[in-house]
Design a protein. Structure first.
Length: 176
């Protein structure tokens, strides 16, 4: 069963007091605003505004053996962005470190929104979170104090364990 599947079957619910414990335990867990579109990967993630951007990391020369005359073609290492995303997950740790060093020392590398061609995805996520927090704080500061207090009061969980439903009016839905 997938991790995101509900704990109960459709159409059934447990008593509210047991569900209440689950709600409290989940509300105590810190909220992580990591976008769902950024999966966890092994390596450094770079983003670009250009979908097919490419940076050539190495440019080895072709070698010719002087004795046999056999040519060995030097294969360049490239960082090819696919749909604006490149993951540096090279198997060799030395190559991975070299690719990161070359990409981050490139003049076209920078911060998101600075006019750079590509940047680190971690920087983009950090800046997005900071902007969202600043926007929320500005909105809360702009609201009257009474409205903010009322909003906070609505967010707090109540202490009731079960909701009592009113009785159905007589004569409705009853067949004689």
């Amino acid at each position: 069963m997938p991790k995101f599947a509900p704990k109960v079957l459709d159409g059934t619910r447990g008593p509210r007091d047991t569900r209440f414990e689950d709600m409290r335990s989940q509300s105590e867990v810190a909220f992580d605003a990591t976008p769902a579109t950024m999966p966890k990967v092994d390596g450094t993630v770079y983003l670009s505004a250009f979908p097919g951007y490419m940076v050539q990391v190495t440019a080895p020369a072709d070698l010719t053996d002087p004795i046999t005359g056999r040519k060995t073609i030097g294969r360049p290492t490239k960082a090819q962005f696919v749909e604006g995303r490149y993951v540096n997950n090279a198997r060799d740790p030395k190559l991975r470190a070299h690719i990161d060093e070359v990409l981050q020392s490139n003049s076209r590398f920078g911060k998101p929104g600075s006019g750079a061609d590509y940047w680190l995805a971690a920087d983009a996520i950090r800046m997005t979170r900071a902007a969202a927090k600043a926007s929320a704080l500005a909105t809360l500061r702009a609201l009257p104090k009474e409205t903010v207090e009322q909003f906070i009061a609505e967010l707090r969980q109540g202490s009731d364990t079960d909701v009592v439903m009113p009785a159905a009016p007589s004569g409705i839905g009853v067949q004689a």
